[in-house]
Ligand binder design. Structure first.
Ligand code: NAD
Length: 348
């Protein structure tokens, strides 16, 4: 029930609208505005029920609070969800996007947004016809900022920081990295790691993608079923969430887990399972914050690619500090990262 979800949520506010002709629900979840306006992408997809759409918005908004604080960009956590009950009829897409745009505008900047799963740069331009609070769109070329290369760079510097923590040097030559998922993030990440001297193992459900990256970087393809038992220094999950769980942790043959996937741990207890096995874990919302960092900076008017990449590089020292603090307390980096977020929110 929607009222039950709202009662149980620790967020700041939710805004809900319903469009009767299309049977579409619009949700804007604003989790925390301590650092700045609640900001996050707008997702459009089919949901089994409005409750599922609202739950997704709340969960993702909370994740954005952590992500912004984790990369120290002055935004709060928010997320928009356009929850479809059935595929939209021709012409309804534009109508619903404009309605959503008016809803965003009514918040007068309390929520700002960008492209996400199920929305396109064209959709963002349609929303922007009604509101000033859309970021990450190049109006001249009608294209959206591609976060993949920035996220990949953040993961790259994060892997270096993890290797430095475990071996005393961030030199990647002689290190083996297994990339799971050769997509928007995995591909540029693989190239950067190979350039830095690492040996690459590549796995993807799409064998052609795995093979293309492996061929390019002189690496080896690993079958998706063999990922968890394959010996490597770094396992980089760059495909889907929850691949780090009680069953896979038993088999992992690496000393570091560091990749871009969201929600890598299936449940909170997995952080301590990794700690017990002596595997260093780079908290996902910190190491994969490169795209968010770039998005936040572009929203502040910074568009120079070199400057954006430089700022994303800050993820390396941030993770190094998290690893050091976790080491001092003999705890998981997840605990140290949570304290960093709480300190950042408290400082504001
Ligand atoms: P993508 O869709 O471009 O690539 C994902 C790749 O993983 C695809 O090639 C797919 O075939 C493969 N894949 C899917 N399931 C797999 C499995 N079980 N085993 C092996 N391969 C599998 O996605 P992306 O943009 O590269 O993002 C990768 C991950 O990083 C996602 O979890 C995403 O949520 C997260 N992430 C991405 C960004 C970004 O900037 N793109 C930012 C933050 C987090």
């Amino acid at each position: 029930m929607i009222d039950e979800l709202i009662r149980q949520w620790d967020g700041f506010a939710v805004v809900i609208a319903y469009d009767e002709p299309t049977k579409v629900w619009l949700f804007i979840a604003m989790h925390d505005n301590t650092l700045g306006p609640c900001t996050g992408g707008t997702r459009m997809k089919l949901y089994r029920s409005p409750e599922d759409g609202l739950y997704d918005a709340m969960r993702l908004a909370e994740g954005m609070t952590y992500k912004w604080a984790g990369v120290d960009i002055p935004f709060g956590g928010g997320k928009g969800v356009i929850a479809l009950a059935e595929p939209l009829a021709y012409g309804d897409r534009r109508r619903i996007l404009k309605r959503y745009g008016r809803l965003v505008e009514s918040l007068r900047g309390g929520f700002t947004t960008g492209q996400d799963l199920g929305t396109t740069p064209e959709d963002m331009l349609t929303i922007a016809e009604e509101t000033r609070f859309v970021h990450g769109i190049d109006y001249a070329t009608k294209s959206a900022l591609d976060p993949g290369p920035f996220t990949a760079h953040g993961v790259f510097v994060g892997i270096r920081a993890a290797v430095a923590h475990t071996s005393g040097t961030d030199d990647l030559s002689g290190k083996t990295v297994l990339i799971q998922g050769a997509g928007d993030v995995g591909l540029p990440l693989g190239r950067a790691l190979a350039e830095a001297g690492a040996t690459l193992l590549v796995s993807d459900l799409d064998d052609e993608k795995a093979r293309a990256l492996a061929d390019e970087v002189n690496g080896t393809v690993v079958s998706p079923d063999d990922v968890y038992g394959t010996k490597c220094d770094v396992y980089a999950p760059c495909a889907v969430g929850a691949t780090v769980n009680a069953a896979t942790i038993r088999n992992l043959a690496c000393s570091i887990v560091a990749g871009s996937a969201n929600n890598q741990l299936a449940e909170p207890e997995d952080a301590d399972r990794l700690l017990k096995r002596g595997i260093l874990y780079a908290p996902d919302y910190v190491i994969n914050g490169g795209g968010a960092t770039a998005f936040g900076l572009v929203a502040q008017g910074i568009t120079d690619n070199t400057e954006l990449m430089d700022r994303v590089s800050g993820i390396g020292p941030r993770l190094a500090a998290i690893f050091a603090e976790a080491g001092e307390h003999n705890e998981s980096p997840v605990d140290a990262a949570r304290r960093l977020v709480e300190r950042t929110l408290g400082r504001a």
